[in-house]
Design a protein around this ligand. Structure first.
Ligand SMILES: [Fe+2]
Ligand SMILES: [Fe+2]
Length: 321
C-alpha cells in the first residue's frame, strides 16, 4: 500500500450537525441513572488489572481448539503447531476487538455533538472515557500476547459507514446495538473459555462498561424510533439488515475473513482452511447463529426495525424462522 492510499484508508469524511441544548431540562430518566452508574464505576486500566503476570501461559487464551473441532486440518497439527495457532488466532481475534474499541471511541465522541438532548450528551461523554480505557487495556494485552493484526476489512467498512453517517440514530444502532451487542456476547463466551487470568480480569471490567453502552443505545432509540419519519426508519432498517447479512458468518462469502492472514503466516493454504472451518466446525456455525438469533434479532424486533418489508430478507438468510 502506498503512503497516499494508507492515509486515505485511515481517513473518514463526514458532516453532521452539532446541537447545543440550552433547556437544561432532564428528558431521559433512565439515562440519568445510567450516567450515575457510569461515574461511580470508573476504573483505571493500569491499576485495576494485575499486569505483572505472564500473558497467555497459564491456559488456553481463547481455547481455539474448541472452535476448530470437527475441521480436517486442526487434528492433524502437532501439539506445537496447535499451541502456535492458539496464540496467533487469539491475537487476531483480540486485535479485531481492539480495533472495534477504537471505532467505539471514535463513534462515542461523535455522539456528543448531534444528539439533541443534554442527558444523552452527558452519558455519551462517559462512554468516550470508557472506550479510551478499553483501547488501552486491549492494546496492552494483545501486544504482550503476540502482536496486533490489521483491522478486518468488513469491520473497518462497517465502522466507517457508522462514522460517516449524519444520523446519530444510525450511529447508535450500528455501534451500541449491533457491534457492541455482538461484542458483549463474544466477550461472555471468551470469559467462560479463557484460562488466562489477566484476560479474564480484563473482560470482567470491560463487560461492566459494555452493558451500559448497549442500554444507552437501547434507551435513546426506543424513544426516537417511534417519532421517526418513514424514510429515516427505512435507512435504519436497511443498515441493520445489511450489517447482519455481512457479519453473520454462514458460508465462504460471509463473516470476518481476515483470519486467513494467520493461515498464510503459518505457510498453509488459507482458502482451504477457511472453507474447512466454515463447512466443518459446528461450534463456529452454532455460535455465529446464536449471536444473532439470541442477541440481535430480538433487540431489533423490540425496536421495531424488522418490518414486514425487510422480514423476508432475514428469513432468506436463516436468521428468522
Ligand atoms: Fe468498549
Ligand atoms: Fe462500548
Amino acid at each position: 500500500m502506498t503512503t497516499t492510499q494508507a492515509v486515505a484508508a485511515r481517513r473518514v469524511s463526514y458532516q453532521f450537525e452539532t446541537l447545543w441544548d440550552f433547556d437544561y431540562e432532564p428528558t431521559h430518566e433512565d439515562l440519568q441513572a445510567l450516567y450515575e452508574t457510569a461515574k461511580k464505576n470508573q476504573w483505571n486500566g493500569s491499576t485495576a488489572i494485575d499486569w505483572s503476570r505472564a500473558i497467555g501461559r497459564d491456559g488456553p487464551v481463547l481455547n481455539v481448539a474448541m472452535a476448530f473441532q470437527g475441521t480436517n486440518f486442526f487434528s492433524r497439527l502437532t501439539a506445537e503447531e496447535q499451541r502456535e495457532v492458539e496464540i496467533k488466532v487469539s491475537a487476531w481475534r483480540l486485535s479485531q476487538f481492539l480495533h472495534g474499541e477504537q471505532g467505539a471511541l471514535l463513534v462515542a465522541s461523535q455522539l456528543v455533538n448531534p444528539m439533541p438532548e443534554l442527558d444523552c450528551k452527558l452519558y455519551a461523554s462517559t462512554q468516550v472515557v470508557d472506550e479510551g480505557r478499553h483501547v488501552e487495556v486491549f492494546e496492552r494485552y494483545v501486544k504482550r500476547l503476540h502482536k496486533i493484526y490489521p483491522v478486518d476489512p468488513l469491520l473497518k467498512g462497517l465502522i466507517d459507514e457508522i462514522l460517516a453517517s449524519g444520523l446519530w440514530e444510525l450511529k447508535l444502532l450500528g455501534m451500541q446495538m449491533l457491534i457492541e451487542g455482538l461484542a458483549i456476547a463474544a466477550f461472555n463466551l471468551m470469559r467462560r473459555q479463557t484460562g488466562d487470568p489477566t484476560l479474564a480480569d480484563l473482560l470482567d471490567y470491560v463487560l461492566q462498561d459494555e452493558g451500559r453502552h448497549v442500554n444507552f443505545g437501547y434507551f435513546a432509540l426506543r424513544r426516537s424510533i417511534p417519532l421517526m419519519d418513514g424514510k429515516t426508519r427505512e435507512v435504519l432498517e436497511e443498515f441493520a439488515f445489511n450489517a447482519c447479512d455481512a457479519m453473520y458468518g454462514r458460508d465462504e462469502r460471509t463473516g470476518f475473513q481476515s483470519i486467513k492472514t494467520v493461515w498464510s503466516e503459518m505457510g498453509w493454504d488459507a482458502e482451504q482452511i477457511w472453507r474447512d472451518t466454515i463447512t466443518n466446525s459446528q461450534t463456529v456455525k452454532m455460535f455465529n447463529r446464536l449471536l444473532f438469533t439470541e442477541v440481535l434479532i430480538p433487540r431489533l424486533q423490540r425496536l421495531q426495525l424488522i418490518s414486514s418489508r425487510v422480514e423476508p430478507r432475514y428469513r432468506a438468510i436463516g436468521l428468522l424462522d
